[in-house]
Structures are given as structure tokens and as C-alpha cells.
Design a protein around this ligand. Structure first.
Ligand SMILES: Nc1ncnc2c1ncn2[C@@H]1O[C@H](COP(=O)(O)OP(=O)(O)OP(=O)(O)O)[C@@H](O)[C@H]1O
Length: 308
């Protein structure tokens, strides 16, 4: 299978700062690839090189198997992208901004604008100036511009920045529909592990410009540490009761108990029942997953403290 997106040993320095370091990856058709890394890891720089916006010091990128360089204009007709905070003409309305993109992209169907506004819940803001939009709606407009021409490849840099939780779910559903029903290949960067693991099929973790790990989402989820977090009104007694029942319990301060036992994580209802019968009903009980930072620290320690 030809990769829809490919980078080959991409490298970029800014002065003495190595932003991207020999980064190679491949994304196949219909995949949603999560490009995950902390702030400053090199995500935006990689995406800029992938889109031909900046030139790598060495290495190459390919989209649809075609090398990305200064002459590859035709390529972008089939690609949609949004890099960093999406730029719009602030004095023009949402509709006018999209109208400009429609013309630039040579889309003859004028209804395309209404359809994309509807898809991204922008219809109510059609006559609002782009400069007066909230961060989340500005992001929706950026996505609308990226998707207006029905691209086969979509490259998005932190697309859910600024969206509220409901907006994040909506955008996630929209991207899943594009990939799974329309075969669109999606490359999406993020620094939020939980978010990317709910959306993507494969994840590449970038750290200090290097691709540290690539994994299937399911594989990665199995590697993430989980804990059951429990709060009750009487922490001391609840802790005793749980220890009596054979659980290892850690106190995390502020009335919070943590259980790392697989048995507890798989059956929070048992823990809940146990505490209810002991007359200490939990006020909060939930399974917590390790976040990117904690996962990183663990991975880097396992590598022998190569951080920094
Ligand atoms: N134009 C530039 N000039 C100098 N340094 C830069 C430039 N662009 C990026 N860098 C540096 O390169 C490194 C990688 O930055 P990059 O923006 O690619 O990371 P990122 O993973 O996208 O982070 P963020 O999530 O914060 O955007 C950082 O140390 C950053 O300061």
C-alpha cells in the first residue's frame, strides 16, 4: 500500500535548537494518525515541513506518494490543513471568509458554504465578523476552511484547541465520519493523550524532535496505568474497610484514596457497594488514566533517564 503521508528522516534546526531530528513516519489511507507530543516537541515544525511551508535541513516528505517541494502546487488541491491558530480575515464575516476560500479553491457549487457551516455548527454565526468569534468558533471556522473542498488528506495541528467539551466531541465525530465513511486520511497533532486516544487509530509520540514510539491505540491504552479514585466523607474508615477487603490503598490527600489493583479498576461497582454497605457511600468514584506527561516520565525513566 502506498502511504498517503510519509516523512523520511526529516530534520530541522533553528539556530542551535534541534526542533525535529530524523523523523520518519507513514500514514495509510483512511487512517487517523495522532501525532502526540508535549509543547515544543516539534509537532508544528514537522507539519510545516510536511506542507512545504518551511524547508527541512535534510530529509523529505511525500503526500500521495509525491515529493513535497516548491513545485508541488497541484498536490494541495486534494489536501486540507490547519496549522496553529487558524488565520481568518477578522473584518470579514464567517460567510465572507468561506467565500474567499471557495473562490481560491475553485469550488463552483455555492451551496458548499452552507453545507460546511451547517456541519461545523457555524450557521448561527454566518454574519459575525471572524475577529469577533470566540476561540472555539474561530477554530470551527479554521476547520470549515480546511474541509470546504472535500480533501482526501486532512492535516490538522491541535484542531480542538479552544473548543469546549461538547465541541471536542462534535469535531471528533465529524473527523471519524470523514475517515471511516469517506476514506479521508487524517493527520492530527495534539498534546492531550486522552483526546487523541479516543479519536485516532494509531499514535506516534514525538519528544524533542524524535519519534519516540509508534503504537496502535489499543496497544497504547493497555500500557497506560489506570487507578481507581475514590472519595468518601470518612477517608480513614473507608481506607480501613478497603484494606480489610484485601485492596492495596494509597492516600492521595484531600480525602482521596487511590487503588491500583486490577480487580478494583475492573469492578468499581464492587468497591462502591462495599463502601455503601459499610455506611460510607463514595461521593466520587472514577477510573483515572495516566496522562501524557506521566506516561512520558515513566517511558523516559525506563529508557535510562535520557530526558534533557
Ligand atoms: N521559527 C522558529 N524559530 C526558532 N525556534 C523555533 C521556531 N519554530 C519552532 N521553534 C522551536 O522548535 C521547537 C519545536 O517547536 P514546535 O512549535 O514544532 O513544537 P510543537 O510540538 O508544535 O509545540 P506546541 O504544541 O507548543 O506548538 C521548540 O523548541 C520551538 O521553540
Amino acid at each position: 500500500m502506498t502511504a498517503m503521508i510519509q516523512t523520511e528522516r526529516l530534520t530541522k534546526h533553528f539556530g542551535s535548537n534541534q526542533a525535529v531530528n530524523g523523523l520518519s513516519l507513514e500514514v495509510n489511507q483512511g487512517e487517523i494518525y495522532g501525532f502526540l507530543g508535549l509543547n515544543g516537541a516539534g509537532k508544528t515544525t514537522t507539519i510545516r515541513m510536511l506542507l512545504g511551508m518551511i524547508r527541512p535541513d535534510s530529509g523529505s516528505s511525500y503526500v500521495f506518494g509525491q515529493r513535497v517541494d516548491a513545485g508541488s502546487h497541484k498536490l494541495w488541491a486534494k489536501v486540507g490543513y490547519m496549522v496553529e491558530t487558524p488565520y481568518s480575515y477578522p473584518e470579514l464575516t464567517v460567510r465572507e471568509n468561506l467565500e474567499i476560500i471557495r473562490r481560491l479553491r475553485g469550488i463552483t457549487d455555492r451551496r458548499a458554504i452552507d453545507r460546511i457551516m451547517d456541519k461545523l455548527q457555524l450557521t448561527a454565526y454566518r454574519d459575525r465578523k471572524a475577529g469577533a468569534l470566540s476561540l472555539g468558533n474561530g477554530q470551527r471556522l479554521g476547520l470549515a476552511k480546511a474541509m470546504l473542498h472535500h480533501p482526501q488528506v486532512l492535516i490538522l495541528d491541535e484542531p480542538t484547541n479552544g473548543l469546549d467539551p461538547a465541541g471536542i466531541v462534535e469535531v471528533r465525530e465529524l473527523l471519524r465520519e470523514l475517515a471511516f465513511q469517506h476514506g479521508v486520511t487524517i493527520f492530527i497533532s495534539s498534546h492531550i493523550l486522552g483526546e487523541v486516544s479516543r479519536l485516532t487509530t494509531r499514535i506516534g509520540i514525538v519528544h524533542q524532535g524524535r519519534l519516540l514510539q509508534e503504537a496502535d491505540v489499543k496497544e497504547l491504552q493497555q500500557q497506560l496505568r489506570k487507578r481507581l479514585l475514590v472519595q468518601t466523607r470518612d477517608t480513614g474508615s473507608a481506607r480501613k474497610r478497603l484494606i480489610q477487603a484485601g485492596y492495596a490503598v494509597q492516600e492521595a490527600g484531600e480525602g482521596t484514596l487511590l487503588l491500583a489493583d486490577e480487580r478494583a479498576i475492573a469492578n468499581p461497582d464492587h468497591i462502591s457497594k462495599l463502601l455503601v454497605y459499610a455506611d460510607m457511600p463514595p461521593t466520587l468514584i472514577r477510573v483515572e488514566e495516566e496522562d501524557l506527561e506521566a506516561y512520558f516520565l515513566r517511558m523516559i525513566e525506563a529508557e535510562g533517564g535520557k530526558k534533557g
